[in-house]
Ligand binder design. Structure first.
Ligand SMILES: [Zn+2]
Length: 339
């Protein structure tokens, strides 16, 4: 009986191996051996007639064979499935069809211009630093020579988080933080988000971006400021751009200046963007006020420096010819895809 079983095992193995493609054949073999009237089943049925000793040996062997056939059948089934898939693919695949286009992402125009600004200043040996957007009144105003009763505080409509805590209205507090932690000489720019409770219109947004610059060293003069401004704006807008500094006022610089560039759009002839003046006011700048140095423990007799800063949105609007600041924040793909 053992021999008979071994023979069954061998023929079943051979038959399964011979199946080439038809799944139905697998089912026929399963029925032939393992079905209710199958060859292995039959042997298991007559076990009762065997002696207990024989029953043990034959039973074990028959079960073993049953499991083996089961396993071989399922393996074969997997194999056939893979084969069929492969054949299907071969028939259906038209390699001449054009592929589905992959949508390529683009940098936001503000990210793009900020990268450009960073590269220009990095070449001039400036470090790039960041500071907190939630600031204390001290850093946002006091340390920048703007005491509580100073009229400049009225000039800026500020978002207050709680008493003494504000959303920074400018990137200038970063200057103070850097000067407190480092000794001169310094050469930094600090780009980042700023907040003012302005009503939204084509040129105002309550959230906007600024870039701030600070240079502190020995015998730094207004001429250094002017040449850095010239290099920066020429790299950003083109080598033939003229710049102009006009007197202005900021609490933390003295003297202060407004930095303008000759209108990029009309080349100085006068247009609606420059309000017919031929000039675009882009940055505020000036020599760091001695009071600011005193607030951070620098000796104003020993050190001098200049600071400058302005809105990144405005630079991007001029560079890319964008007429409405709101377009930056609306996430309209038709707009964003153009950059
Ligand atoms: Zn113009």
């Amino acid at each position: 009986m053992e021999k008979e079983l071994e023979k069954l095992r061998e023929t079943a193995k051979k038959e399964i191996a011979q199946i080439k493609e038809k799944k139905e054949d697998l089912e026929l073999i399963r029925i032939k051996y393992l079905g209710r009237k199958g060859l292995v089943t039959k042997i298991l049925r007559i076990m009762k007639q065997l002696s207990p000793q024989e029953r043990k040996i034959i039973g074990k062997l028959a079960n073993e064979i049953k499991e083996e056939i089961d396993l071989l059948l399922s393996l074969k089934q997997e194999e056939l499935k893979r084969l069929i898939n492969k054949n299907d693919l071969k028939d259906d695949l038209d390699i001449t069809l054009p592929g589905k286009p992959l949508a390529r992402g683009k940098l936001h125009p503000l990210t793009k211009i900020l990268e450009e600004i960073k590269v220009i200043f990095e070449k001039l040996n400036f470090d790039i630093v960041e500071g907190p957007e939630v600031e204390t009144e001290y850093y946002n105003f006091e340390a920048l020579n703007t005491p509580p009763d100073h009229p400049a505080r009225d000039m800026q409509a500020t978002f207050y988080i709680s008493d003494g805590i504000v959303l920074r209205t400018q990137t200038s507090p970063v200057q103070i933080r850097v000067m407190e932690k480092n000794r001169p000489p310094l050469r930094i720019i600090a780009p980042g988000r700023c907040y003012r409770s302005d009503a939204i219109d084509a040129s105002h947004s309550p959230v906007f971006h600024q870039v701030e610059g600070l240079v502190v060293g020995k015998e730094i003069t207004f001429r250094h400021l002017k040449s850095i401004m010239k290099i920066f704006f020429r790299q950003l807008f083109g080598e033939d751009i003229e710049i102009r500094l006009t007197p202005s006022f900021f609490p933390f610089t003295e003297p202060s200046a407004e930095v303008s560039v000759c209108c990029v759009l009309c080349k100085g002839k006068g247009c609606s963007v420059c309000q017919q003046t031929g000039w675009l006011e882009l940055f505020g700048a000036g020599m760091v006020d001695p009071n600011v140095f005193k607030a951070v423990g620098y000796d104003p007799e020993e050190w001098t420096g200049f600071a400058f800063g302005g809105g990144i949105e405005r630079l991007a609007m001029i560079k890319y010819g964008i007429t409405d600041i709101r377009l930056f924040y609306e996430n309209d793909l038709r707009f964003l895809k153009q950059f």
